[in-house]
Design a binder for this molecule. Structure first.
Ligand code: ZN
Length: 353
């Protein structure tokens, strides 16, 4: 317990240190977007009957970049790879850091032993519980095993250790809200415009997102193991549909982030703990939320967000979060100012001013 406590404070100080760095960057615009085509070179990713994940991911990544360049001229697109090249996972987030990216989008293709499974899901960094998610985590993280020096490089990262997860999920807290926002927009576009099966926004301990110091998502654009979906993802038209869906979500996200209203003089900041995020309208009874009694439900677009707790300081909510996470590991802190969602990062800045 003592060890956990220490780690908790290390994580908090990382969070604050990080906020100080961000505070110097006054521009909140989405100016630089890193597009990361998953896998490459000696790492093919998932393999279908006729195609490889690395090729589909690259084709979609290049199309997405093209749409952004053509339609959002104020955005600079940076690719982690533009050819069939092997890139280590840690290098991908380094590229994002070196370019001061405002958004990191990693593009992948899913696989399943069950051939009938189809659909898209978008991942943000977080804790994972269900077996299905673990499958994705194992596959997407396994590439580090073929990297040189992986033991040294990822020392301290063990997706199976709860302590490691506490560190990175707190570190990620300041970007999680924005990551979930863009992830939700991507899934909405996939469902409404691209008519794909919606497998929702999910949280998982993915190495490629771990070190990203900006909002970051990993998109599984479909299942290579389903013959029809593989055909769709291999086709020029299918790739264009997927890429343009992501592009529209990016555009919407950029508008939301940049169209942010000026900060109200009288701040009224409240922190809460988000315990679930779903398209499902769930009754807020303790039985549905691991016995948690006071659950608040808020509709946010097509999604329902479920909260518990309320505090005026981050310290207070962080200690409550620690307790809640014993029941719901993916619970995380969100912030509201005068009833409007703001990032935890912005809330801490407002409180410090
Ligand atoms: Zn992948």
């Amino acid at each position: 317990m003592k060890k956990l406590y220490k780690i908790f404070f290390v994580a908090i100080s990382i969070l604050f240190f990080n906020n100080n760095i961000i505070a110097q960057d006054e521009n909140d615009n989405v100016d630089v977007i890193v597009i990361d085509a998953g896998h490459g070179g000696k790492d093919p990713g998932a393999i279908g009957k006729k195609s490889k994940e690395k090729d589909i991911a690259l084709a979609i990544a290049l199309k997405l970049g093209k749409y952004i360049n053509e339609n959002l001229p104020d955005v600079r697109v940076v690719y982690t790879r533009k050819t069939d090249k092997f890139i280590e996972l840690h290098r991908r987030s380094e590229i994002a850091d070196e370019n001061n990216a405002d958004l990191f989008i990693s593009i992948h293709v899913n696989a399943s032993r069950a051939k009938n499974v189809t659909g898209t899901s978008t991942f943000v960094m977080g804790l994972n519980r269900s077996d299905k998610q673990l499958e994705v985590v194992k596959r997407e993280n396994s590439v580090i095993l073929i990297e040189d020096n992986y033991k040294k490089r990822y020392d301290g990262f063990d997706p199976n250790s709860p302590e490691t997860e506490i560190i990175f999920s707190l570190y990620q807290n300041s970007y999680l809200e924005q990551s979930i926002k863009i992830a939700g927009l991507v899934q909405d576009q996939f469902e409404e415009r691209a008519k794909r099966v919606n497998r929702d926004v999910r949280q998982a301990g993915l190495v490629v997102l771990w070190n990203c110091s900006m909002p970051s998502i990993l998109i599984e654009t479909g299942f290579i193991t389903n013959p029809e979906e593989e055909k769709f993802l291999m086709s020029e038209n299918g790739q264009a549909i997927i890429a343009s869906s992501i592009y529209r979500a990016v555009k919407e996200y950029k508008n939301i982030v940049e169209g942010k209203e000026p900060v109200n003089e009288k701040n009224n900041i409240v922190f809460k703990i988000q315990i679930a995020y779903s398209t499902k309208d769930i009754e807020t009874i303790p039985e549905n939320f691991e016995g948690i009694k006071q659950v608040e439900k808020v509709k946010d677009g097509r999604y329902y967000r479920y909260f518990t707790g309320s505090a005026k300081t981050y310290e207070e909510i962080a200690s409550l979060q620690e307790k809640i996470r014993k029941k719901i590991p993916e619970a995380y802190v969100i912030a509201l100012n005068n009833g409007k969602f703001i990032t935890v990062k912005d809330a801490l800045q407002l409180l410090n001013n």
